[in-house]
Design a protein around this ligand. Structure first.
Ligand SMILES: NC(=O)c1ccc[n+]([C@@H]2O[C@H](COP(=O)([O-])OP(=O)(O)OC[C@H]3O[C@@H](n4cnc5c(N)ncnc54)[C@H](O)[C@@H]3O)[C@@H](O)[C@H]2O)c1
Length: 336
């Protein structure tokens, strides 16, 4: 069984280049969303603690099974820990044997950003070029870089309650984007934006901005609100927008739409991608992709990473599954 640790994933990304990896991943995601009905799907299993949440996210088709272990601890950064860390596993459905265990902290940030880009490909205005990001934590640079894969982003406006997070974002991406502006408020950041990404982490029903601050034609990718009682947008803004989710049974519990009910959901993203429900219909409407993160997205990146690790011969074989001549003699393993 193959183990891909952080050096192996970094080596993969360095060999391929992040921009090319995003292109391949967005294609893989699009393909998997288009084939939505082939997946065995369920809402994730979440246990909520006073510190945060720990979740298991399983998914499979008839060939491969995947799951991710992931947490969400908004106050972790105060103790110099990440808010979100993850590990993932991919297995063969035919034998049930695990094929790969991998780090998924980096991969979660990358797949989450690729999902944002895929949503914006269908839901943002075709000529979208100005991006606002509210919340400049661990996910933020990944989001900006992925958006470049589907839209020509010329200007980025950022806002975070922590000025040092904005400085970190600007330093990390100064070579990639010429116009990055640190703003004094969320309202200032979104005032010129075609696409807004909300990526704050706080365990509460927050209102980052209200409907009258959002220009017509804007696409909002709302990803920071991803648990019960953890939202970022105002109900009146949700009500006047075209609302797209990933998987309604999970989104109604965890997404912005938990503040409303199922009748306010325009579509699940796969329906838009398959052309079964309209995407953006004009340059005036406000669209919101209320994204909480769904297990099919982890399946997509795990499958891709497994394939690339074979191509590039990356990872280490680890002895986690017994290899024995007589499969009925497991006890014999103790004697060798
Ligand atoms: N939808 C998904 O698939 C998905 C995937 C990964 C993470 N997330 C969520 O995205 C959020 C961000 O994750 P992260 O890893 O970047 O977290 P993080 O803790 O590294 O960063 C969050 C940032 O938000 C800022 N912030 C908090 N409240 C704010 C406010 N009111 N206005 C402006 N900035 C504010 C913080 O100062 C911090 O810099 C988390 O809530 C996480 O659970 C969602």
């Amino acid at each position: 069984m193959r183990l891909l640790d952080i050096p192996a994933i970094k080596s993969m990304l360095n060999s391929i280049g992040l921009a090319s990896f995003y292109q391949r991943l967005i294609m893989q995601l699009e393909d998997d969303f288009r084939n939505w009905n082939k997946f065995y799907k369920s809402p994730r299993h979440a246990i909520h603690y006073k510190h945060g949440v720990i979740e298991l996210m399983p998914c499979s088709d008839d060939e491969l099974y995947s799951f991710k272990y992931v947490n969400g601890h908004p106050r972790n950064t105060e103790k110099n820990k990440l808010s979100v860390v993850a590990m993932g596993l991919l297995a063969s459905v035919e034998s049930g044997y695990p094929l790969m265990i991998t780090e998924m902290t980096l991969l979660t940030a990358i797949r989450t950003a690729a999902v944002a880009a895929l949503g914006a490909k269908y839901l943002a205005k075709k000529n979208a070029s100005r991006l606002a990001i509210i919340g400049c934590g661990a996910q933020s640079e990944f989001q900006a870089k992925a958006m470049q894969a589907v839209h020509s982003i010329s200007h980025i406006y950022i806002y975070d309650i922590d000025a040092s997070a904005m400085e970190k974002f600007s330093n990390n991406l100064s070579a990639d984007f010429t116009h990055i502006k640190c703003c004094n408020s969320a309202i200032e950041a979104i005032s010129n934006a075609d696409i807004i990404i909300t990526a704050t982490a706080d365990n509460k029903n927050a209102t980052l901005f209200t409907e009258n601050s959002v220009s017509s034609g804007t696409h909002i990718h709302a990803m920071g609100g991803d648990g019960p009682g953890k939202t970022e947008l105002d109900v009146s803004l949700l009500k006047q927008s075209k609302l797209i989710v990933e998987f309604s049974p999970q989104s109604l519990v965890e997404g912005e739409v938990q503040q409303l009910d199922a009748s306010h959901i325009h579509a699940e993203l796969w329906q838009v991608i398959r052309g079964e429900k309209p995407a953006r219909e004009n340059d005036e409407e406000i669209t919101i992709f209320d994204s909480v993160g769904f297990a099919v997205e982890d399946y997509s990146i795990l499958k891709l990473v497994y394939e690339i690790s074979e191509e590039l011969k990356l990872g280490t074989d680890v002895d986690l599954i017994p290899v024995i001549d007589d499969p009925k003699n497991l006890y014999g393993l103790l004697k060798i």
